[in-house]
Ligand binder design. Structure first.
Ligand SMILES: [Zn+2]
Length: 233
């Protein structure tokens, strides 16, 4: 195994990549495996691909990209058999703004050769959605754009439990961060983010497991505190 996969519920895992502590999520179902975000480099993504195949030898069937930041999307180049889901803005960035992806990646300390290689192999999302249900046979995975926040195109992934004892798991992308304060950039809207957090809490519920884009898994109370932090910004 290349990564350490933390179990969150039946058939639901996530790992934390060494580079920037990015979360990659995995949901296993009878008919396929959903991956949430893809890492930054070809090597990182190849390692994830190999790991998923130890859980399900068919590999990743569906890949969801939560938003257009380089550390979440560039590894998608590796998952050539997966249907890739994202909002339109992600596809536009990957098609027309690779200079922006490259600049940000280098700014965060990625190796230029790694970034050039992964951009040369870039693979665009084919399924441009604001909302979608992925049917895995014995379970469904729900993709929702809860509103503007970290970017104007954040997509979260809601995974209802397979068994009664399983919590609902909500992969939040960078709408929630645990390892640092939420990243408020030029493409963020803190005021609307507060409202979006309310929708996040409705999606995950009081007993939900909230998986941040970076850092440890948190609960609804933590999300509430982060909402307050944004309100005071
Ligand atoms: Zn981000």
């Amino acid at each position: 195994m290349n990564q350490s996969w933390e179990p969150l519920a039946t058939g639901v895992y996530r790992c934390r990549l060494a580079f920037l502590d990015v979360t990659v999520g995995m949901v296993l179902g009878r008919d396929g495996a959903v991956l949430i975000d893809s890492g930054t480099t070809l090597d990182e993504a190849r390692g994830i691909d190999a790991d998923v195949r130890t859980f399900d030898d068919r590999g990743v069937s569906h890949l969801v990209l939560t938003h257009d930041h380089f550390d979440h999307v560039l590894g998608s180049a590796v998952f050539v058999d997966a249907g890739v889901y994202a909002m339109t803005a992600v596809a536009e960035t990957m098609a027309h703004r690779t200079d922006y992806l490259r600049t940000h990646a280098l700014g965060y300390g990625a190796a230029p050769a790694d970034i050039d290689a992964v951009i040369a192999a870039i693979r665009l999302p084919q399924h441009l959605v604001e909302r979608a249900l992925i049917d895995l046979g014995d379970r469904t995975v729900e993709l929702v754009h809860p509103g503007v926040g970290h970017t104007d195109h954040d997509l979260v992934v809601r995974v209802p439990g397979l068994r009664d004892t399983d919590p609902t798991v909500l992969f939040c992308g960078d709408l929630v961060e645990e390892s640092a304060d939420p990243a408020v950039g030029d493409d963020s809207d803190p005021a609307q983010w507060v409202t979006t957090m309310e929708r996040l809490l409705a999606l995950g519920g009081a007993d939900g497991v909230y998986v941040p884009g970076h850092g440890a898994v948190v609960d609804a109370d933590f999300v509430r505190r982060q909402q307050q932090w944004l309100r005071e910004l």
